[in-house]
Design a protein around this ligand. Sequence first.
Ligand code: BGP
Length: 473
Amino acid sequence: MHFKDDFLWGSASAAYQIEGGASQDGKGPSIWDSYSEIPGNTFKNSTGEVAIDFYNKFEEDIELMKEMGLNAYRFSVSWPRIMPDGQTINEKGIEFYHKVIDKLIECGVEPILTIYHWDLPQALQDKYAGWESREIINDFTQFCALLYKEYGKKIKYWVSLNEQNIFIGLGYIKKLHPPKVSNYQRFLNANHIASLANASAIKLFREMQIPGQIGPSFAYSPTYAKSEKPEDVIAMENAQEIDNFLWMDVYAKGEYPQIALKLLEKLGLSIDFQEGDKALLQAGICDFMGVNYYQSSTYCDPNHKQETLQAGNAAQVSVVSDVQTIPTDSLYARADNDYLTMTDWNWAIDPNGLRVSLRRIASRYGLPILISENGLGAFDTLTEDGKVHDDYRINFLKEHIIAIDQAIDDGCEVIGYCTWSFQDLFSWLNGYAKRYGFVYVDRDEENEKELRRYKKDSFYWYQKVIQSNGTEL
Ligand code: BGP
């Protein structure tokens, strides 16, 4: 195995998905609090109002991390907990994350702080339409300034925006996230503003000379061509330009990819570039690329689209039907990959895809990579004696760790591996049915029960992986 001694064996989470305490100690509402209140927006109308109550149980939970020997824990701070209206400071919110960070450090777990994992203060959505207004760049930067000042001496690894491609894509094209819009040009506009905010956060990080590293977490799905047919290869490359390079080039090089821009221009779409944008993007280049990897994606020529693409998820909020035609559908079409098996939610299981991802990113950007999420969402069963026999999760993670090892041997620099997730938590589209954790949390959509925690078989397995630095799989 090729893992360095300081390789971070971690796990990840996000504030809205674990904390609960939706209005405790002065927390303001986020767009997810409001969105999940509206019937039909989430699976079985589930919400993160209580989630797994990490807000009140964090000490007990971090003790479990210590017992496992976890090296690193990636968590996000809730902007409306720290600034209820997005601008005014709530001391209690600041204090909460000091306590979480201190407890992690005391337990020997390296804290990795995600600045934004989707829970925008509702007040900023109401005030100026959130990510659609350039006003957010300043507010977000002020929020970052506060975080750097408060936690800058304790945190070595910072994640700026989590999956900008997903929260903007699902929010402004697919209508599956707030603000539930379907308009490709508005998507591009909001996305450009988010890119500027991300760059501004990194620029400030440098100016304040924060002694750590910072990068975004990108939801990366490597593109495959359905066949060796040249038209399928072009479709695959189009998808790579539009779905990957459009973000990663901005993060790593401070510029948009020229082919993607031209493809969009031919569709009558454009990026709203204003004076100063270029300089800001170039001042906001990341230290590492955070990669959230779940599956690869296969593409074919849209003119010969295969009609048999696997139907939706097993249990998910239903896909909204009035989604506008997506202009880029003329450039590439999704296809099944006949060589891969699927999870309970029809996500392709593809450990090699992680090796491909790491190699492609290392080769195009030459950056170190933090795998900031990877995991298997499954239906777990709690046995009567309080066990969860999740050998399927162990196999999934094992295969992906082998792929990382191979990628390191191929020449990629990988800082660490954060599984999604340490505990079961709220899934944005799948409520509490889709479980990812090493720790089972006993609740469902309808009933919070007592939120008891149970260690799954995978808990003990990952414990050994960490102890042996990846040699005992
Ligand atoms: C990523 C998000 C996470 C998490 C994960 C699993 O996109 O960053 O917050 O939710 O996906 O997704 P899901 O719960 O939809 O299976």
